[in-house]
Design a protein around this ligand. Structure first.
Ligand code: DAH
Length: 329
């Protein structure tokens, strides 16, 4: 102990360690010497020797620690390679979301959020889908098991981001240019192409004289941003209750450039976006007069976009939480 107290620098510390604590040091020597004494004595001395050893090592460690921190003696080896901190990775959905948000904010659109737990009214009725409307069956809905004071089930997990259109019109009025991204929920049996929750990107633009040409040019701009400058758009009629006329926007396949391949199922076109001119009933639900205002609206499925763009073959990977999947982006 006395010797230990005299230790003043790194060299002396190492010398002490060598002299007393190493395999050939005095302490080991002492322990080895015990084999020559009688059994009784051996037991007694052995216990004592172990006590001393323990105490000595503890004290040694303490001196070593104090010493390292106060005198700044580096016991660590600075020539060892450093620890590498790996970067986190964005989910491919977030990458596409950010790309689209950048585009739309550059076009003067605001970004708005909406609730995932939505009312039946905003998710359906306000979007021209009153109770018992057959088109409600197009979306298998998770209703929430909670009745309101009228005994109705009026809460659900939103099946689409379209309710944010009406919420935004009520909040901001017209003119309005708004996009919204978010998670939506459907009671799907999951497989490689179906998931119970996925992401949509929604947009609405309302003002005076907004027309179909505005919608077409906007969707063309989006297509070129997503899939490159040669991308073409075709629009085919499709029924969505909240738009009139409603249509499906299809882009030339980015892989075969329209010739036909496995990705576009040999049609040359990819169905990407639901869109149309906002139905007068939806404008009314948003508190706007359809005689004065008109609007365009569109909605993308972000999972589908990401699957096409990054060649992902199973939609369940997005929610799977497997780090190896995310590390690829
Ligand atoms: N909400 C539709 C869906 O989930 C997508 C959609 C279609 C959004 C047409 C729109 C639209 O805004 O105008 O299938």
């Amino acid at each position: 102990m006395e010797q230990l107290n005299k230790v003043k620098d790194g060299d002396a510390l190492r010398e002490f360690e060598l002299k007393f604590l190493s395999r050939k040091g005095e302490l080991s020597e002492l322990m080895r010497g015990l084999k020559d004494v009688g059994v009784e004595l051996k037991k007694e001395l052995g216990e004592m020797a172990n006590e001393i050893k323990k105490e000595l090592i503890e004290n040694f460690e303490e001196v070593k620690n104090n010493f390292t921190s106060s005198a700044g003696v580096k016991i660590s080896d600075v020539s060892l390679p450093g620890k590498k901190f790996s970067d986190g990775h964005l989910n491919p959905i977030s990458i596409i979301q950010q790309e689209l948000e950048d585009l739309f904010t550059s076009l003067g659109f605001m970004i708005e959020d909406g609730p995932e737990l939505e009312s039946d009214y905003f998710n359906f009725t306000a979007l021209n889908l009153p109770p018992l409307h057959p088109a409600r069956d197009m979306q298998d809905t998770f209703y929430v098991d909670l009745k309101n004071s009228n005994g109705e089930y009026d809460l659900l997990m939103r099946t689409q981001t379209s309710p944010v259109q009406v919420r935004a019109m009520l909040k901001y009025g017209a003119p309005l240019k708004m996009v919204s991204t978010g998670r939506v929920f459907r009671n799907e049996a999951t497989d490689a192409r179906h998931e119970h929750s996925f992401y949509q990107f929604e947009g609405i633009m309302v003002g005076k004289d907004i027309n179909f040409a505005n919608l077409k040019s906007l969707l063309e701009t989006v297509g070129k941003e997503l899939f490159g400058p040669e991308t073409e758009l075709r629009m085919r009629p499709k029924f969505y209750p909240f738009v009139e006329p409603g249509n499906n926007g299809e882009y030339t396949c980015f892989l075969c450039k329209g010739k036909g391949c496995r990705v576009c199922k040999h049609t040359g076109w990819l169905e990407i976006v639901g869109a149309g001119l906002v139905h007068p009933d939806v404008l009314r639900a948003g508190g706007l007069d359809p005689e004065v205002y008109s609007g365009l609206a569109f909605g993308f499925g972000l999972n589908r976009l990401a699957m096409l763009k990054y060649n992902i073959n199973d939609v369940r990977l997005f929610n799977g939480g497997d780090i190896r999947f995310l590390e690829q982006f």
